[in-house]
Design a binder for this molecule. Structure first.
Ligand SMILES: *Cc1c(COP(=O)(O)O)cnc(C)c1O
Length: 376
């Protein structure tokens, strides 16, 4: 996909906010804990290769990504700190990971056997993290027998270095702690079966750290909070209060490319879902669903100059229209998403509008949009 730099629409990323959130996350760690910055999915849409060095300077001890290619991108960006892939990779990729000093998660004995063949051929050793499914139902060991067999297999096996053992919480962002406590118990049980001692045992994500969950974790896998977003963000729910103030880093700005007056009975957009009730001023914004600004944004209010104006008519592939209170000139700035967490067009409120979470909204803005980095 071509990043369109010669257009009046871009995501702005406030580097000062990223630095501040990273520093605060680090300062909030318990003694001895390490901060692994989660930069999967292009740093939740903010730009991984650009932000990883900034986070490193602000205190990151390592990085987490979702897949091997994202880790390789960080290595190409001169990141030398530890990189952990969180999702399962094909066993054939074990050599590529090892050659680039990237750690992989392990969920089965069969995978280890396949990976060992590849590693022996190349004379490489792979760093692994044993994934435990303690109640997320996603990846990881959950049966005692399977886990004991893996423990056995790894004894003295120099194709692997057991760097970690970890699990992921399904509800660390919830005020109700019962399922969280159940997962901790399950994880501790699995840990008790191990005789191979991993270097790092880790369970914390942003929510577990920010809401001060009482659980041991050598590493905090800190994601959403780095971008200044509260992990407790179910649509329409009351957010839990984080341990420190988060500063959103992303804003989305464009401008009106066209302004015109329409008269009573005139339609706007595909299907004419908006019909003028009287003379109206309509502005056109050159952003559409092909940028990730999806059709469900119809009706959401964006800030045109100083006024919040509703999106009228269907969002098109590359453009959408807003209803203006009066005539304003073409070229007037339009703020689609504000970095002010209290603004009605914050990422959080946009997510509410779409009936989803801001994680998803930040990731869905795609690479056709330029990312401009401010406040270096
Ligand atoms: C995405 C992810 C994280 C980070 O979660 P946040 O809520 O963004 O902090 C941590 N651990 C795992 C396994 C993940 O998949």
């Amino acid at each position: 996909m071509i990043t369109a730099v010669n257009r009046p629409a871009a995501l702005h990323i406030n580097l000062a906010a990223i630095k501040e959130n990273t520093r605060q996350a680090k300062a909030h760690l318990k003694p001895g804990q390490k901060l692994f910055c989660v930069v999967k999915a292009n740093a939740y849409g903010h730009g991984a290769a650009r932000l990883a060095p900034v986070m490193e300077e602000a205190g990151a001890d390592g990085f987490c990504v979702a897949m091997l290619d994202e880790g390789l991108e960080l290595r190409r960006a001169q990141i030398v700190k530890p990189i952990l892939v969180l999702g399962l990779q094909p066993a054939e990729e074990a050599a590529l990971a090892a050659a680039n000093d990237i750690s992989l998660p392990v969920s089965s004995l069969d995978w280890l056997k396949e990976a060992e063949k590849v590693l022996r051929k190349e004379g490489l050793q792979l760093k692994i993290h044993l994934a435990i499914d303690s109640g997320m139902g996603r990846i990881g060991f959950s049966e005692d027998e399977d886990f004991k067999a893996v423990n056995e297999y790894l004894q003295g096996n120099d194709a692997f270095f057991v760097e970690g053992m970890f699990t992921h919480f399904a509800s660390a962002d919830s005020a109700d702690a019962s399922y969280f406590d159940y997962q901790v118990k399950r994880f501790k049980h699995m840990e008790s079966l191990l005789t191979v001692k991993p270097k790092w045992i880790h369970v914390d994500n942003t929510a577990a750290s920010l809401f001060d969950k009482d659980v041991a974790s050598d590493i905090v896998r800190f994601g959403i909070g780095l971008y200044g977003l509260n992990p407790s963000s179910a649509p329409g729910s009351q957010d839990l209060e984080p341990a420190f103030a988060l500063k959103p880093a992303m804003s989305f700005v464009s401008e009106l490319t066209y302004v015109k007056q329409i008269h009573k009975g005139y339609g706007v957009g595909y299907g004419s879902t908006h019909i003028a009730e009287e003379d109206e001023w309509i502005g056109t914004v050159p952003v559409g669903y092909a940028d990730g600004w999806i059709r469900k944004f119809q009706g959401f209010k964006v800030k045109v100059g100083d006024t919040y104006c509703p999106i009228v008519g269907r969002v098109c592939m590359d453009q959408f229209m807003v209803l203006l209170p009066k005539k304003v000139p073409a070229g007037t700035p339009v703020e689609l998403i504000s970095a002010d967490p209290a603004a009605p067009n914050s990422l959080r409120r946009a997510a509410d509008w779409l009936d989803t979470i801001h994680y998803e909204v930040a990731c869905q803005f795609n690479d056709r949009l330029d990312r401009i980095y401010d406040n270096e």
